[in-house]
Design a protein around this ligand. Structure first.
Ligand SMILES: *[C@@H]1O[C@H](CO)[C@@H](O)[C@H](O)[C@H]1NC(C)=O
Ligand SMILES: *[C@@H]1O[C@H](CO)[C@@H](O)[C@H](O)[C@H]1NC(C)=O
Ligand SMILES: *[C@@H]1O[C@H](CO)[C@@H](O)[C@H](O)[C@H]1NC(C)=O
Ligand SMILES: *[C@@H]1O[C@H](CO)[C@@H](O)[C@H](O)[C@H]1NC(C)=O
Ligand SMILES: *[C@@H]1O[C@H](CO)[C@@H](O)[C@H](O)[C@H]1NC(C)=O
Ligand SMILES: *[C@@H]1O[C@H](CO)[C@@H](O)[C@H](O)[C@H]1NC(C)=O
Ligand SMILES: *[C@@H]1O[C@H](CO)[C@@H](O)[C@H](O)[C@H]1NC(C)=O
Length: 498
């Protein structure tokens, strides 16, 4: 299987950057920690503690919402977590902020996605986080590893079923709380941001509005150029330092050159202090590429990891060769370690496993790059070989046109400007995925809220003392837009419920 393709999509899509150390131990590492120099490795193994006001529940969820076969009626337990501390209560129709889980266990999002709890007091809102089916504790019939091998179960692992879960669960929750008149605003980031936007389009009777943070709903079916992602990575690096980009650009052929020599791999392993002896140059190249992608995607203030990494490259002792400079960049970003694990990003996690399935079936993101288009060596997205890989792994072919068939995406402005309402598409333009985001207003209430220096899902991360003014303003604008929706809703409620 082409591990590059699979791991790229599975690792680089979350709001909170996750590094796992073993298949069953998922350790969420919050994005703001990225870039901390000389980070204590132990930090990575401490799970985020969950505030006491968060209460965990399980909903008996329908396996298959769309068919009426005997097995469709099977159920599984779906995890959701409620914070009612700030809720104004059903009697005042106080709103519900619903976080739609994405391709990871919910645990990291409970503290990692701070937007909901940060703004719940202002909106008197109930907060609920819902886990996506097949992730975390919401896996039907056992362990994900096993279930993904079971072709009569994994077919139910798709976005349409997932948002139907959210619809069913949210209606149940409102009944349970006698909160029929409380409006719901759905919020998600990255893949979850796509789900939030799609949810509003499909279930306007359940969600009053949606905040879709860094959801690249246009990175499908050729709408966005293949190289959108890597073009922005390269642009981010260029804006940090032209010489840094030149060094990286030159490094790939220097790696090849070194490896073509006797004991080249061994020299390369020593030069980059790899924990295991390199077997092929791609092990190192993929690792470096990952790091560059991660720092660009999660180029969060106040550290701005792209600057940190380029600072290492540019700051290497005078006369250092290209590969020593590149290594100095790795050290600046990762810290001074006894060795560097080039497999760090490849260990199986539920995100890796689950999102491989999703990208091999429905969420087909044609991300690639041609010759000399970016600071990376060429790696075009080839649907034929991707399809072959998927067939080998799962026995099924991807359906690259299904997302646009089911949810749309082509001519989005023309299609949605009279149809849709109450969606915020938020993006940070330094986020490589913003290349597939909605960056222009579509109508008076389908709005693009972008920041020039923002990164992946930055707006929905917890507010911090060190936040720059433009980030504070972005979040403020988002909440004000939501307040507008809620005011209109309350006015409608008076008219229609009399
Ligand atoms: C909410 O309204 C219902 C019906 O009007 C009433 O019985 C109940 O006491 C109210 N609850 C609160 C907390 O005000
Ligand atoms: C697949 O999962 C179903 C539901 O749990 C189970 O009945 C069936 O035996 C599984 N099939 C295999 C091949 O494990
Ligand atoms: C819903 O109601 C049931 C039964 O009244 C209760 O046990 C459960 O905790 C409630 N769930 C939530 C999220 O309030
Ligand atoms: C080289 O191959 C061995 C054996 O398959 C493997 O254990 C090791 O991790 C590989 N080295 C790297 C750097 O991936
Ligand atoms: C990295 O650590 C090693 C061993 O502790 C030390 O000798 C070396 O000077 C350190 N390098 C930097 C750049 O701090
Ligand atoms: C790519 O850039 C290199 C170095 O500038 C140049 O030698 C080569 O001809 C370019 N290739 C293409 C296909 O443009
Ligand atoms: C973005 O960051 C750059 C570099 O720090 C700065 O010069 C620029 O003013 C910032 N732009 C905005 C809109 O904040």
């Amino acid at each position: 299987m082409n591990s590059t393709i699979f791991s790229l999509f599975s690792l680089f899509f979350l709001c909170t950057h996750i590094v796992s150390s073993s298949p069953n131990k998922i350790i969420p590492r919050l994005s703001p920690l990225l870039g901390t120099i000389l980070r204590d490795e132990a930090q990575d193994t401490i799970p985020a503690s969950i505030p006491a006001e968060l209460k965990t529940y399980f909903y008996t969820q329908t396996l298959d919402h769309f068919n009426y076969n005997p097995e469709s009626y099977a159920t599984f337990q779906q995890r959701y977590v409620v914070n009612s501390k700030y809720w104004g209560g059903a009697n005042t129709s106080a709103p519900i902020l619903a976080y739609l889980g994405a391709e990871a266990p919910l645990d990291g999002d409970l503290t990692g996605v701070g937007f909901l709890t940060d703004n719940a007091p202002r909106l008197n809102a109930l907060v609920v986080y819902i886990e996506h089916r097949f992730y975390g504790q919401s896996v039907p019939f056992g362990k994900l590893e096993d279930v993904l091998k079971n072709d009569s179960v994994r077919g139910y692992f798709n976005s349409a079923q997932a948002i139907a879960d959210y619809a069913e669960l949210l209606l149940y929750l409102k009944r349970n709380l006698s909160a029929q008149h409380s409006p719901i605003i759905v919020i998600g980031g990255s893949y979850g941001g796509m789900l939030a936007a799609w949810f509003r389009l499909k279930y306007p009777h359940i969600a009053l509005g949606a905040l879709s943070s860094s959801g690249p709903i246009l990175y499908f079916d050729g709408i966005t150029p293949q190289n959108g992602y890597y073009s922005i990575v390269t642009k981010d690096f260029k804006e940090a330092s032209e010489s840094c980009v030149e060094t990286i650009r030159e490094s790939w052929s220097q790696i090849d050159e070194l490896v073509s020599k006797t004991s080249g791999l061994s020299i390369l392993s020593q030069k980059f202090k790899t924990c295991k002896e390199l077997n092929k140059s791609s092990e190192l190249k993929n690792y470096l590429e990952y790091i560059y992608d991660v720092v660009a995607q999660y180029n969060h203030p106040p550290t701005y990891p792209v600057n940190v990494l380029c600072g290492g490259i540019d700051g290497a002792p005078k006369g250092s060769d290209v590969l020593s400079r590149v290594f100095a960049g790795v050290v600046a970003y990762k810290g001074n370690k006894t060795c560097y694990d080039t497999n760090e990003y490849n260990y199986p996690s539920s995100t890796n496993l689950g999102f491989s399935w999703q990208t091999c079936t429905e969420i087909v993101l044609p991300i690639g790059r041609g010759i000399n288009e970016t600071m990376f060596p060429p790696a075009p997205f080839d649907l034929n070989s991707f399809t072959e890989d998927c067939r080998r792994a799962y026995g099924v072919s991807p359906r690259p046109h299904w997302v646009t068939t089911y949810y749309g995406g082509h001519d989005i402005k023309m299609v949605l400007h009279r149809f849709a309402s109450n969606i915020i598409f938020s993006n940070g333009l330094k986020d490589p995925y913003s290349s597939g985001g909605v960056l222009e207003d579509i109508s008076d209430s389908v709005l693009a809220v972008s920041t020039v220096n923002g990164s992946h899902c930055l707006d929905i991360l917890p507010a911090k003392q060190s936040d720059p003014q433009w980030l504070i303003m972005q979040r403020k604008r988002e909440v004000e837009i939501m307040e507008g929706w809620i005011n209109n809703y309350n006015a409608d409620l008076l008219v229609f419920k009399q």
